[in-house]
Design a protein around this ligand. Structure first.
Ligand SMILES: Cc1cc2nc3c(=O)[nH]c(=O)nc-3n(C[C@H](O)[C@H](O)[C@H](O)COP(=O)(O)OP(=O)(O)OC[C@H]3O[C@@H](n4cnc5c(N)ncnc54)[C@H](O)[C@@H]3O)c2cc1C
Length: 428
């Protein structure tokens, strides 16, 4: 098999790999990207499409200890951890519990908000210049709740975000119901963040790939990296199903598969899959204006706090997304969980179709690190390996910012944010 010598090899063509490849290519490096399937068709395909810096909370939060123990035993909870005694899960849980403190959370929120805000600006400009429509819309985000505890949670988030320059305003029940006529009166109030946006995640990933290849980058689909040859502490060769590559630098952007790819390199990085589902509910004509009393299409993206369900209005349909089930490469579909997302949303929103009418059912594995912060930085063990993976619930909204930080570090530029919290050596 012939060996191709390349400058930078990016492994993984999700939104993160696409953004890193584009950023490095447009900054003067020569990049080749290898993707096991087709770009953008894994976790970046049908997520909720939120570009919401206000929603930059890491998964572990203070006060969650007992809750997370409960999730081990409650298969119906919106966040569920499949109980097993695998060393991977035990290590992940230990690191997760350790990250549940206020100091760590505040630090994480600050850096995640910064990379998400950078990304929001990037997508706004991409939407304006790309020939491929990406569905960028700046409608804001409404967090709603039917419980006092949920409203408290939304208020705390609003305050945390205000300190970081992101505006939100509290709405009492009447105001929330007037503002968003799609809500049912179960809603007791909420918080509206006006600066937030949405886009179609798959079209956006392809638009980023368009810019990457237009700048001279090379992309190989159906090219799975399956083996690494190591020599003197560096990757000498990457064997893929589409040929062998020798690269000066290898960037790992393999999302929820990163743990297994890293294992090939004898590295132990704790990224597990956070399985979530989405589906589309069609909205009939007239659902925008309220002519049809059974259906009302939301004007804005909505987060139902206590159900952890995300609702995103698209042109003729609404996408419902939810659940986080911590798994290790388990792609099975649970109809109980799917139906839970559908019925949970229907409790809060005016649509009267059955679950059987939902279409485009999809599941994705969010790449979850135990502290909720992606790994962006050089490996401390393999000299020409760089990580950009583990973007948990926020990979779409934070990919361009992560890519900028990655490129800053690779090219020796002044970094977009303090890279300390992202370093690989916290886990390697
Ligand atoms: C239900 C749901 C809703 C969500 N909603 C949002 C949202 O509204 N906003 C948001 O910001 N985030 C959201 N997310 C999270 C977001 O989807 C992820 O964080 C993001 O897609 C991760 O991107 P990625 O590029 O790291 O991973 P992926 O998109 O999964 O890409 C990784 C790629 O690596 C490839 N790969 C793996 N192994 C190899 C190999 N050996 N060789 C070559 N290629 C390989 C895979 O095929 C894949 O294409 C949601 C996720 C889910 C499940």
């Amino acid at each position: 098999m012939s060996v191709q010598k390349v400058d930078v090899l990016v492994i993984g063509g999700g939104i993160v790999g696409a953004c890193v490849a584009r950023e490095l290519q447009t900054s003067g490096r020569q990049v080749t990207l290898v993707e096991r399937g087709q770009p953008g068709q894994a976790c970046s395909f049908a997520n909720a499409g939120w570009l919401t810096p206000c929603f930059a909370m890491p998964l572990p939060q203070p006060g969650m200890f007992w809750k997370s123990i409960g999730w081990l035993f409650d298969p119906t909870s919106p966040l569920h951890i499949q109980p097993n005694l695998s060393p991977t899960l035990v290590r992940w849980m230990w690191l997760f519990l350790r990250a549940m403190n206020r100091e760590q959370m505040e630090k994480s929120v600050s850096i995640l908000t910064k990379i998400s805000s950078f990304s929001l600006d990037f997508y706004r400009e991409l939407g304006a210049r790309s020939k491929r429509p990406i569905g960028f819309e700046n409608r804001g985000l409404l967090m709603v709740s039917g419980t006092a505890a949920g409203l408290d949670y939304a208020t705390i988030e609003m305050q945390l975000m205000k300190e970081r320059g992101i505006d939100g305003r509290l709405m009492k029940q009447d105001e929330a119901l007037n503002f968003e006529p799609a809500l049912r009166p179960i809603v007791r109030g909420g918080v509206y963040f006006p600066g937030e946006a949405q886009a179609d995640p798959y079209a956006t990933t392809l638009a980023v790939m368009d810019e990457f290849t237009a700048a001279g980058g090379v992309s190989h689909a159906n090219a799975e990296a399956y083996q690494f040859e190591i020599e003197n502490g560096r990757i000498r060769r990457v064997l893929t199903t589409r040929g062998v590559f020798e690269a000066d630098l290898v960037v790992l952007a393999t999302g929820a598969w990163s743990k297994d790819v890293a294992k090939e390199l004898k590295l132990n990085i704790p990224i597990l899959g956070g399985k979530g589902y989405s589906m589309s509910v069609d909205m009939p004509e007239g659902a925008d204006s309220g002519v049809d009393s059974d259906f009302r299409k939301p004007k804005v993206p909505i987060m139902i706090v206590e159900k952890k369900i995300a609702v995103t209005p698209f042109q003729n349909h609404v996408r419902l997304a939810g659940t986080l089930e911590l798994v290790d490469q388990d792609f099975s579909i649970s109809s109980r969980r799917l139906q839970g997302v559908h019925s949970g949303a229907r409790e809060y929103l005016k649509f009267d179709s059955d679950f059987s009418e939902a279409r485009d059912i999809w599941r994705g594995l969010r790449p979850c690190t135990p502290d909720g912060v992606p790994i962006i930085g050089p490996s401390t063990r393999v000299s020409n390996l760089f990580y950009c993976a583990g973007h948990q619930l926020l990979g779409f909204q934070s990919a361009p910012g992560s890519a900028r930080l990655a490129a800053d570090l690779i090219l020796g530029r002044s970094p977009l944010v303090d890279p300390k919290g992202f370093q690989a050596d916290r886990f390697e």
